[in-house]
Write a protein that binds this ligand. Sequence first.
Ligand code: F6R
Length: 251
Amino acid sequence: MRLLPHTTIPTYLVDSQTEANEALTQELSSLLASSDGSATLGLATGSSPIGLYAELARRQRAGELSLKEVQTFNLDEYMGLTPGHSASYRAFMSEHLFAETDIDLEKTHFPPSDESGLEAACANWESLIRAAEGIDWQLLGVGRNGHIGFNEPGSPFDSRTRRIELAESTREANARFFESMDDVPRYAVTMGVGTILEARRLRVLAFGDTKSHILERVLQGEDDKSIPLNALRGHPDAALYIDAAAAARIG
Ligand code: F6R
């Protein structure tokens, strides 16, 4: 793993996804060890974190760490899915992390996803994060259009948790989790860019060539405020972990 020179956000080029997953698991272990295991984590879904969650589960089974005292806040959730839908982000987290570890489900939180009373529920969600004294460690993936959470391009950098219309490219990228394109939800609730920026550490995983164009634009381009990932330029403790395919266009 090596820190790339001259990038707008600190970026580590990893030899493999495994290397990134081990580095982040190690960092989380240290964080948990320094806080009696009671850290507040912000979590992401999608392909990028699957290996990291598997590594966390492996380390927990081996008795090397415990998630019992951890509180979690997921970045986003689709709207309009039936409760327990297999493509919901709660179902994803259950499959890849929660059911595989000693995490206390009562301490896991997802953004509200019901249309009714949504504005108040989003404000309440923000209060829950504040009551937990903020997020210590936030995991992020990045969309090929530069979204973080489901903050699509053009999302203000001070935006808060809210309903958002998904970009067509996002719906297409996520269609693999649904039977047909028509089944892919059009709306989701996402933590805002401003909400995300308040986390004390931000860690981004980006693997594969579909991320290479956006990474080139963000890591070596102009500070285009319409690209949500660019918001991390101003964060005091943000880092990206990218593989060779994702780094292919970075000189
Ligand atoms: C998921 C999320 C999204 C994904 C992004 C990348 O909770 O918030 O921003 O991180 O769409 O997805 P993958 O990892 O599938 O490439």
